[in-house]
Write a protein that binds this ligand. Structure first.
Ligand code: PLP
Length: 388
């Protein structure tokens, strides 16, 4: 079946054709190993280093501070486990209650190995509680991990307020910027984070390649030992085509972010306004202003348990959307821990509809969904009512 309207850009983005073009030679004749000394190898090394400089430029970092990984999940694991496995007495690990499982489950694994794990609460808009954080930041704290933007509700966390406090307490600051990078400006020269995770497939790059920004001077233990690639932090022959695609995607995102964002914010706001006007039971989830440019998360009062039916009805109408995180598809019928952290009861926490727009979405698509949703939501009503 052809998906004609793709509104699931937080799960993954279509690869930009310019990225596909940049990757093509590295999937064919330019197959050298970047560690080889002959010219094929040297060309591959040059391509990897050019991509590293582009990924660094997206964050205003230095190229040597970028470590390529095989995913955002791996970057998160390297940040948390890598920091905890260095010899230090402080045992406290603070992560927000709404982190992606790549952070949350890694933190839980560390807690089973002796870390003292605290989950930072969020307010009903999804913003981390700064007073709670200030009270829990003791000299015992080794690492704080708060995401730059949330994957389920699209809320942008106040990192500019959080990171300096964490640094003042002497702890390491990590942020999972997998959803934020390429969508909102990030400048590590003014934002005092030590570690920051990225993933190429969320910014119109290929799947299976990520990166961890490691501020100069920050010491980590590698997860993967071997030939010493990536400054010894991530051994393995580099995924040259993937890394080249990531570099090109980062370059496009950096150069076109301002224009893309202006367009996406207008589309997002039109979508929110249109759906709220057409469906009286609809409500917006997450902070109204502090949200990613293309991100819309909605609930439908009284019908929250029907979110999956709504999703399937949309799919039948050739609209690809989501109920929340793609990574929780197997738990799709269960209440979302993210919504519960916002204070939703377990019934309401089963019911988000996530519509996430990206570079290739159009105004016509937004209008089509605005027209379609009231009918589909209306069609669910008797079922939802009968079940309550
Ligand atoms: N962190 C966040 C916030 C995400 O949204 C995702 C993917 O959905 C990840 C981490 C994992 O990234 P990857 O799919 O590259 O492993």
């Amino acid at each position: 079946m052809t998906v004609t309207i793709y509104f699931d850009n937080s799960a993954t983005t279509p690869v930009d054709p310019r990225v596909v073009e940049a990757m093509a030679p590295w999937r064919g004749k330019a197959f050298g190993n970047p560690s080889s000394l002959h010219s094929l190898g040297r060309r591959a090394r040059e391509a990897v280093e050019t991509a590293r400089a582009e990924v660094a430029a997206l964050l205003r970092a230095q190229p040597k501070e970028i470590v390529f990984t095989a995913s955002g999940t791996e970057a998160d694991n390297l940040a948390l486990k890598g920091a905890f496995e260095t010899a230090q007495p402080a045992r406290r690990l603070i992560v927000s209650a709404i982190e992606h499982p790549a952070v949350l489950e890694t933190a839980r694994a560390l807690s089973s190995r002796g870390a003292e794990l605290l989950l930072a609460p969020v307010d009903p808009d999804g913003l981390v509680d700064l007073d709670w954080l200030a009270a829990c930041l003791t000299t015992e704290t080794r690492l704080v991990s708060i995401m730059a933007a949330n994957n389920v509700i699209g809320v942008v966390e106040p990192l500019a307020a959080i990171a300096p406090r964490v640094k003042a307490a002497g702890a390491l600051m990590h942020t999972d910027a997998v959803q934020a990078a390429g969508k909102i400006p990030i400048d590590v020269r003014s934002l005092p984070v030590d570690l920051l995770s990225l993933s190429a497939h969320k910014l119109h790059g290929p799947k299976g390649v990520g990166a961890l920004y490691v501020r100069e001077g920050v010491k980590l233990q590698p997860l993967i030992h071997g030939g010493g690639q990536e400054r010894g932090l991530r051994s393995a022959t580099e995924n040259v085509a993937g890394v080249v695609g990531f570099g090109r995607a980062a370059e496009i995102a950096r150069k076109e972010m301002a224009a893309d964002d202006a367009r996406l914010i207008a589309l997002r706001d039109r979508l929110i306004e249109g759906v709220l006007a057409g469906c009286p039971q609809a409500y917006l989830i997450g902070h109204a202003e502090r949200r990613l440019p293309g991100h819309v998360s909605l609930g439908f009062a009284g019908q929250e348990g029907e979110a999956i039916r709504l999703l399937l009805a949309l799919d039948e109408a050739d609209v690809a959307a989501s109920t929340g995180s793609a990574c929780s598809a197997s738990h799709a019928a269960e209440p979302s821990y993210v919504l519960q952290a916002l204070g939703f009861d377990p019934f309401r926490a089963r019911g988000a509809l996530r519509l996430t727009l990206g570079r290739f979405n159009t105004r016509d698509e937004v209008e089509r969904v605005i027209e379609l949703l009231p009918r589909l939501v209306g069609g669910l009503r008797p079922i939802a009512a009968a079940r309550r």
